[in-house]
Design a protein around this ligand. Structure first.
Ligand SMILES: NC(=O)c1ccc[n+]([C@@H]2O[C@H](COP(=O)([O-])OP(=O)(O)OC[C@H]3O[C@@H](n4cnc5c(N)ncnc54)[C@H](OP(=O)(O)O)[C@@H]3O)[C@@H](O)[C@H]2O)c1
Length: 344
């Protein structure tokens, strides 16, 4: 008997086969995202622009669609490998400690956030320079309502550091005086404003070009450190915030009154020097904290503090942004734009 193929049956079988193939290929396909990634430690130039699998949130995590991400001096330091042993950062590495975005998905144990929520925060291990990042639920909080996403991305690390130093550590209160070195930078610009919001008197330092900014931020006394020795102006202060270190820190002990405090972001203050003068010392180490972020958002939404966004750059400028962060002379904050601002 001769086999005569039925063309309609053949066409049907081919269609079913194709449908199965497409189904299984799609089921196997992981959602992808664009990211800035380092596969080795080194200079900013090791960063590559890549497609990689989108992360999945664990049960206590949320997946955030990142709209914008801030730039910090910590980014090039992390990339250099400096934090690998200290904080357990590992390769491949996506920089970006400041994020503002929209919750895409939540883990099973997340109760305080839901898909669609606008959030901002600080992922402990970075990862913000990507279309998506997973964060622990305590690393993010509701985005300040009065800021757009690019502005909100300029807040977390700088404001949390200033908050945890001035409020948690120094417990700064009305009538006290604080000397804020580097008052025009990412941390200092928040420190000046938070201190003013707490009723303190603020003496702040910056270079000539940033004297106007110190005044705009509310500093009572602005010192141009390129022209004036700060110790000639600041005397018997209650607290010093030092984001500079070395000689600036060494000269700061002498301006603090007995019982006052020296806080450094970049070095461990000399215990012998502090004991001799009867002053306290603290080496600040910022940590993500949703409650602090909520308090900071409240201060922003009531008009008490605001971020200083110097420039919003496309993600393709990630390497240049890291180079700028390395200078330690950024005015306010640089922000990288990852996606368009959501409408409405
Ligand atoms: N320990 C922590 O938890 C922690 C957290 C955040 C940041 N940090 C560190 O703290 C440092 C500051 O961070 P940031 O984000 O504020 O940096 P930034 O945005 O680069 O700001 C640095 C500021 O310091 C000023 N400055 C530079 N040299 C100075 C000097 N000799 N005297 C006074 N001011 C000077 C600059 O002002 P001019 O441009 O006018 O000179 C600039 O405004 C970085 O090293 C960062 O890694 C540590």
């Amino acid at each position: 008997m001769k086999f005569v193929p039925d063309h309609r049956l053949l066409a049907f079988l081919v269609q079913v086969g194709l449908a199965f193939a497409v189904h299984f290929v799609r089921a196997d396909e992981k959602p992808m995202m664009k990211a800035v990634v380092a596969h080795e430690y080194g200079a900013p130039e090791v960063l590559k622009f890549e497609e990689m699998p989108r992360p999945e949130p664990k049960e206590d995590e949320v997946l955030v669609r990142v709209i914008a991400s801030g730039v910090n001096p910590a980014d090039p330091l992390t990339l250099s490998g400096k934090y690998a042993r200290e904080f357990g950062t590992h390769l491949p590495l996506i920089p970006g400690y400041d994020i503002a975005g929209v919750v895409e998905k939540t883990g099973a144990k997340v109760t305080n956030l839901k898909a669609g929520d606008a959030v901002y925060g600080y992922p402990t291990f970075g990862g913000g320079w990507a279309e998506y990042v997973t964060v622990k639920q305590w690393e993010v909080a509701a985005k300040p309502k009065t800021l757009n996403f690019a502005e909100a991305a300029a807040v977390p690390m700088g404001a949390l550091t200033a908050w945890q130093a001035l409020v948690d550590t120094a417990q700064l209160h009305p009538g006290q005086t604080i000397l804020v070195h580097g008052g025009s930078g990412g941390v200092g610009s928040f420190a000046v404003q938070i201190a003013k919001a707490r009723g303190a008197r603020v003496i702040a330092t910056a270079s000539t070009a940033n004297q106007d900014l110190l005044k705009q931020l509310g500093a009572d006394v602005a010192i141009d450190y390129t022209k004036t020795r700060f110790e000639d102006v600041a005397k018997d202060v209650d607290a010093v915030l030092d984001p500079v270190g070395k000689e600036t820190l060494a000269r700061s002990y002498g301006v603090v009154k007995k019982g006052g405090i020296v806080m450094s972001l970049v070095a461990r203050p000399d215990p012998a020097e502090c004991a001799k003068r009867g002053i306290r010392a603290a080496a600040i180490s910022v940590h993500p904290d949703a409650e602090d972020l909520t308090e900071i958002a409240r201060l922003i939404d009531t008009g008490k503090i605001k971020p200083v966004v110097t420039e919003v750059l496309p993600l393709s400028e990630a390497i240049a942004a890291q180079r700028q962060a390395e200078t330690h002379h950024t005015r306010g904050k640089l922000v990288l734009r990852i996606a368009d601002e959501p409408k409405g």
